[in-house]
Each structure stands twice: as structure tokens, then as C-alpha cells.
Design a protein around this ligand. Structure first.
Ligand code: ADP
Length: 583
């Protein structure tokens, strides 16, 4: 879609390398050779051209009237003819280049799209984008008061662009020793003390070892120091994922531009349409119901009786204070909320829940749990700790415990979509949406034996926002648990839609959230880093935004299905037209 937008705005410039060069302010331009500024030179030649044309035409008319042969020319006519050709060549050279290049560099349908399609898309885009932020053109809606705008700060360079890494002779020796197996690849960072160089050497060694090229996987333009010991080991480059923006999402009276990192065509456009429908209907409301990360170690005893003894001890309210003091020692932000136990024979699973401030909290809760396990060992010396995680947590796996008890942030988000908006923006009817929701998201999912999957595509939006904002993408599994409800309200005129998501696991500090690109996306949402006012406020807001974006995504996809547009739009925007067999 973006390609369409570019090509329809100015098809040639988008492909013209010469213009790109002109972006460099210091580059020498041909116009620098002119004695006058460019606009004055143009004015002189324009005036000259039209004056001599006028002069020559009037001379021509004169000669016809007086029957003078045309080839008999005076000195002034010779000068005028020379001036005519000179100015014509100048003007052709200046203004004709764009035209000629537009023929030479015409984009092929392979790269962009066919003209017919372009026109169609142009219409579609105009319709979509007729919404001058924040309201639509077709439907009137009262503008909600916007927060005062912060002044626009000039774009900042995240890190200096460095020249492409050139491998030295010394690097060559190291590459050879990595290939020979004498230098372990994982030790390059600590040995060289330069993460970028380590990545370049590892990459080259890998290419030689495998005989496969990594060209296409960029190495330059990434801060390898920022991931050391935190985000990724043994890097050889980074994968680029485009980030699109859906919004503004009007949620709890505030507008959010939601960044979505995805390679699935239609997804951002569709979520954007959902945001538009929500905005035109007055916005959505999102409520955080619970906020607690969990970790459940598994311990084993000699008998089931002993396992039950510990269960009773842990669940006795009189012991909670002692346990929470022990647990809370691990962090300024981790605060024990409760312990829920399950027994399987002699084995006990203890599900600890704690608040974790603005962190997603897995590390934090694990540290607290370790403290408690060490403490319990005194009173229960026969307790055999099998694992800090016993899967009753339950992390990155579909599990009923998260669906029922919640994990991370539990959020409900709702909106009432006006019937008019359903018809004009979503191109369907309230009745069709309610019926489809019942048969697809509720009955269909029940027939499939779904666990937390009573929705159309919550996982799509959750994954895209997670990747853009530096969340753990694997936690998409339980974070996408969602039940979507739709009901006709206001005498059947309007649509009440809601998403209930019990286990959204997000943070705004720690993990990938501190990386430059991800933190820029968090910044866009106004939830970057630790909240200065209330610890945890940023991560909680982020969870509500995720739910709001899911609400938008659900509305739009369900409408596309109800209106029978899904396959058509995916064939158009989500299907490669390239012949991959030739790639
Ligand atoms: P996680 O527990 O999500 O895996 P980390 O433990 O890696 O995350 O990151 C949390 C770190 O950030 C902790 O060291 C914590 O002390 C620090 N921190 C700073 N400010 C906050 C905050 N507002 N909320 C939570 N943690 C914070």
C-alpha cells in the first residue's frame, strides 16, 4: 500500500537516483556553474524565448504581407534565431529531463503495480486517508479535546553512521582461526572488546564455513553493544521488519499512533480502519483488571502428605506476610500478591504472582521465587526443588491457567460502534457482525476446542505490536488469549464490541525495550522506560493499548469477512506477484 502511495504521488521521483544525490547538501550541482541563481537564469531564458518567438512571428507576418522571401534575413533576425535555439535548448534541457526520464525509468509492474490497480488503489487510499486526523470526512463526529501538543523536536540520529566495516589482515587471521575451530565463535566479543567487529568476523567465518552468502542480511547500522549480554548472543546481523502505524487509536480519551512491525500485507491497513471506526464512534474504553506476573516452581517430596503440608503452609493467610517479606527482598518493584498451589501426587506446583512495576517481570518474579525456595528449605528440608519453572506458570504455551487466572496484565476493552460507522466505514451491518461473531468466534472456536482463542486474529495485532515495542514475541502465545464479544445495542442500531484479554505480558523496561528502534516505538506511544509518576503505569498503559489495537483489528477483520472482502483484499495486498521460481 505504501508503494502505491509513493508511486501515485510521484512515480518517477521515487525511482530516480539522481534526485537522491541532490539530498546531499554539500554535493556540487550543475546549477552551481551558472552566473545567476537558478530561478533568475530560468526567468531570463523564459523571457528571451517568448520575446524572440514573438519577434520572429511578427517578422514572418510582415514578410508575408510585403511578399519578401523568407530566406532573406536581416542581422536582427539572425540574432533572434540564434537566441531562439539557445533558449529552446536551455529550457528543454532543464524542464524536459523529468519527462524523458519518466519514459526511460518508468516503473515496471513487477516493482510497483499496474496503472489500473494504481488508480483503484488511489481511490481506496483517498477514501481511507480522507480522514484528516483525527476524524473522518464522511461522518460527522465531535472532536474530543486533544492534549496540548509538544513542540516537534528535530529528528535525532540514534547512532552515528559509520563506514562499512572493512576487515583487516588481523581480522583475516581471526576469521581463519574461527573457521579452523581454534577460536570459539562465542568468545569473539570478549576477546576483541568490539561487538561490531566481532559480529563482522563471525559473519565472515560463518559464510566460509557454510559456503552460503549472507548478503541481504545487514550488518551495518546496528548497535551491537546494546544487545550484549541482554538480547542476543553471537550476532551476525539483524533482520529488518517494516513498521507501519495504525491510528490514531482513541482510547480512554487519548490518541495513540500504534506501531506495528509486520510483513503481513493488509494487517496495518485493516487495524487502521478499525481505529477509524472506533474514533468516529467516540473512542474505546480499556480497563486493567489485574497486573501480576507468575512463576511456578515444581518441588517433590517423599509423600503426597508432605507436599500437601507445604501447600497448606503456603496458602495460610497467616504466613503470607513472612513469605512476602522474603520474596520482596529481591527487587524494589517485585511485590508478592499471592501463591496458588496444585498437587500431582508427591509433587507440588506453587504459582507465585507478583507485581513487577514497568518490567514484564519474568526475571523479577524468578528472583523472588528463588528467595522463597531458599527460605522454605529450612522448614521443609525434605523438599526437592526440581525446577524453578514447573510449567504451571505458564510461560509461552497455551494453558488454561493463564486463560482463567490471568498472567501479566488482564484487560477488558470495549466500544460502541455507531450503526452508521458500521455501514460506511466497515461496509457491513450490525446484524451481520453479531451473527458472524456468534458463529465464528464463539461457536466455531468451541467446536475447535479452542483455549483462549475466541477471537478472529488477536495474535496478529499482538505479535506486530510486540515486535515493534521490544516485547518477547514468544509470549504472543498467551498474550493473544482473547474473547471477542459483539452485541447489538440501542435498539439494534449500534454495535457493542469488546475484547477481554486475561494475559497480556508486556513491559517498558528490560529486555528488548531498551533497543533504539523498539524504544522509539515505545516513545511514540508515550510509554518509554520506567514511569516517573507511578511505577508500572507505563507498562499498564501499553497493555491497554495492545487491547485497544486488538479491538480495532477484530472489528475490521470481522467486517471484511462479513462483507466477503477478505480474500479479495488479501489477493490484492498480501500475495506476491513475483515469480519465485526465477528468484
Ligand atoms: P524482566 O523482569 O521483565 O525480565 P528485567 O529484570 O530484565 O526485566 O528488568 C527489570 C529491571 O529494571 C530491574 O533491574 C529493575 O530494578 C529495573 N527497573 C527500573 N525501573 C523499573 C520500573 N519502573 N519497573 C520495573 N523495573 C524497573
Amino acid at each position: 500500500m505504501e508503494a502505491t502511495r509513493l508511486s501515485s504521488a510521484k512515480p518517477v521521483n521515487a525511482l530516480k537516483p539522481t534526485k537522491e544525490l541532490s539530498l546531499d547538501e554539500d554535493a556540487t550541482k550543475a546549477s552551481d556553474a551558472l552566473p545567476l541563481p537558478l530561478h533568475l537564469t530560468n526567468a531570463v531564458f523564459f523571457t528571451l524565448f517568448f520575446s524572440v518567438v514573438y519577434f520572429l512571428l511578427s517578422r514572418w507576418r510582415e514578410k508575408i504581407r510585403t511578399s519578401t522571401p523568407l530566406h532573406v534575413v536581416t542581422f536582427s533576425e539572425i540574432v533572434a534565431i540564434i537566441a531562439f535555439f539557445a533558449s529552446f535548448i536551455y529550457l528543454l534541457g532543464f524542464f524536459g529531463i523529468d519527462f524523458v526520464q519518466s519514459l526511460v525509468f518508468r516503473p515496471t509492474p513487477d516493482v510497483w503495480i499496474s496503472e489500473d490497480e494504481e488508480e483503484e488503489n488511489e481511490v481506496l487510499l483517498r477514501k481511507e486517508d480522507a480522514r484528516k486526523v483525527p476524524c473522518g470526512q464522511a461522518l460527522d463526529c465531535a472532536l474530543p479535546p486533544l492534549p496540548p501538543q509538544a513542540p516537534i523536536v528535530a529528528a535525532q540520529k540514534v547512532f552515528d553512521e559509520k563506514p562499512v566495516t572493512v576487515l583487516t589482515e588481523e581480522d583475516e587471521e581471526i576469521i581463519k582461526s574461527v573457521v579452523a575451530g581454534t577460536t570459539p565463535s562465542y568468545s569473539l566479543e570478549s576477546k576483541l572488546g568490539d561487538c561490531k567487529r566481532a559480529a563482522a568476523i563471525r559473519r565472515e567465518a560463518l559464510q566460509r564455513l557454510t559456503g552460503k552468502s549472507l548478503s541481504g542480511l545487514p550488518l551495518e547500522g546496528f548497535d551491537y553493544e546494546s544487545i550484549l549480554g541482554q538480547c542476543c548472543e553471537m550476532p551476525v546481523g539483524y533482520v529488518q521488519i517494516p513498521v507501519g502505524i495504525a491510528g490514531p487509536l482513541l482510547l480512554n480519551g487519548k490518541e495513540f499512533s500504534v506501531p506495528m512491525a509486520t510483513t503481513e500485507g493488509c494487517l496495518v491497513a485493516s487495524t487502521n480502519r478499525g481505529c477509524k471506526a472506533i474514533h468516529l464512534s467516540g473512542g474505546a474504553t480499556s480497563v486493567l483488571l489485574k497486573d501480576g506476573m507468575t512463576r511456578a516452581p515444581v518441588v517433590r517430596f517423599g509423600t503426597a502428605k508432605r507436599a500437601a503440608d507445604l501447600k497448606l503452609y503456603l496458602e495460610d493467610p497467616n504466613n503470607f506476610e513472612t513469605l512476602s517479606i522474603v520474596f520482596n527482598r529481591s527487587s524494589r518493584f517485585g511485590r508478592l500478591q499471592g501463591i496458588k498451589c496444585a498437587i500431582a501426587g508427591k509433587n507440588l506446583y506453587m504459582r507465585f504472582t507478583c507485581s513487577t512495576g514497568d518490567a514484564m517481570g519474568m526475571n523479577m518474579v524468578s528472583k523472588g521465587v528463588q528467595n522463597v525456595l531458599d527460605f522454605l528449605q529450612t522448614d521443609f528440608p525434605d523438599m526437592d526443588v526440581l525446577g524453578i519453572s514447573g510449567n504451571f506458570c505458564s510461560d509461552k504455551k497455551p494453558a488454561a491457567v493463564n486463560w482463567i487466572e490471568g498472567r501479566g496484565k488482564s484487560v477488558v476493552c470495549e466500544a460502541i460502534i455507531k450503526g452508521d460507522v458500521v455501514r460506511k466505514v466497515l461496509k457491513t451491518s450490525v446484524e451481520s457482525l453479531v451473527e458472524l461473531n456468534m458463529l465464528k468466534n464463539l461457536t466455531g472456536s468451541a467446536m475447535a476446542g479452542a483455549l483462549g482463542g475466541f477471537n478472529a486474529h488477536a495474535g496478529n495485532i499482538v505479535s506486530a505490536v510486540f515486535i515493534a515495542t521490544g516485547q518477547d514475541p514468544a509470549q504472543n502465545v498467551e498474550s493473544s488469549h482473547c474473547i471477542t464479544m459483539m452485541e447489538a445495542v440501542n435498539d439494534g442500531n449500534d454495535l457493542h464490541v469488546s475484547v477481554t484479554m486475561p494475559s497480556i505480558e508486556v513491559g517498558t523496561v528490560g529486555g528488548g525495550t531498551q533497543l533504539a528502534s523498539q524504544s522509539a516505538c515505545l516513545n511514540l506511544l508515550g510509554v518509554k522506560g520506567a514511569s516517573k509518576e507511578v511505577p508500572g503505569a507505563n507498562s499498564r498503559t501499553l497493555a491497554t493499548i495492545v487491547a485497544g489495537a486488538v479491538l480495532a483489528g477484530e472489528l475490521s477483520l470481522m467486517s471484511a469477512i462479513a462483507a466477503g472482502q477478505l480474500v479479495k483484499s488479501h489477493m490484492k495486498y498480501n500475495r506476491s506477484s513475483k515469480d519465485v521460481s526465477k528468484a
